[in-house]
Design a protein. Sequence first.
Length: 346
Amino acid sequence: MKNIIKTLSAIIFIALIFNACKEQVEEEKIAEKIKVRTTKVIEKEMSIPVHCSGKLSSKTESKLSFKTGGIISSIFVDEGQKVKKGQVLAKLNLSEIQPQVNQARLGLDKAERDFRRANNLYKDSVATLEQLQNVTTALNIAKSNVEIAEFNLQYSTIKAPSNGKILKRIAEENEIVGPGNPVFLFGSTDNDWIARVNITDKDIFSLQLNDKAEIQFDAYPDKTFTAIVTVIGNLADPYTGTYEVELTLKQTDAKFASGLIASVDIYPSKKEIFKIISVNALIEGNETEGYIYQVINKSKVKKLRIKIHKISDNDLFIKSGVETGAEIITEGVSYVNGTSEVKVIK
């Protein structure tokens, strides 16, 4: 009986030692696991703001010039000056243009006299029909010459097409300018202000007309202006590969100047379904694809290759490569590799 008790005691003692060693080994294995924090991939229907930059300009910004070339005799406004509709801004020297008008008018007077004489002779059957037709044609040509000369005379003076501002003065008095050469860069104040921005091909198809936008300028650091999308370009710039989008600002009392740099956030009305995780989960990649680690079987890890739609300051918007609800490592990811075992810290 004593031998049996001794044997049982020995067995129990050995079992206790074995269990203690097993627990110690398991604790050591746990200690070897990399401690990480995780988050689950969520799915959400939303629109991602499109951030871009551009320049402010007047809707009717235009270049003003003379119809004919010549010497500028007078410039009446300076750069930055406000002007009213119809105000005279500059004139050409008329020493050559006015005589051309006078010559055309004298030619018209002669053509009218010739026509009256030929018409009377034709009625008396002295002149032929062909002679009457010839003087009629000459009269019409003389009238056209007068119209051309007077039109050139009229556009030898530059007038403000609307209320606005002289954004830039390009020429000076006594300079010789050619036909159509810009003399002023003019911006109207009767119409809306617009911001022109450049959008990448990845974002252009998410935008629609009348999408809302928020605009900020360095000149107004504490103020945000609202705008809507009014024009979406359908042809890429051959040099940059981007598309031009025009935003019309809502009416405001703020004083603007053409050329202000605009920081813009456009909010598409069209919503899409995205898979979202923290941007901290990304271990390597670029704007279109990258890699993350998924926790499987509670302690194993799997490296996933994902397609990225967009990266924001805090979130990663994923096109494909991971399932909704997957557990993704966000903290401690820099210590993990494909063979690592991890312990998730809640």
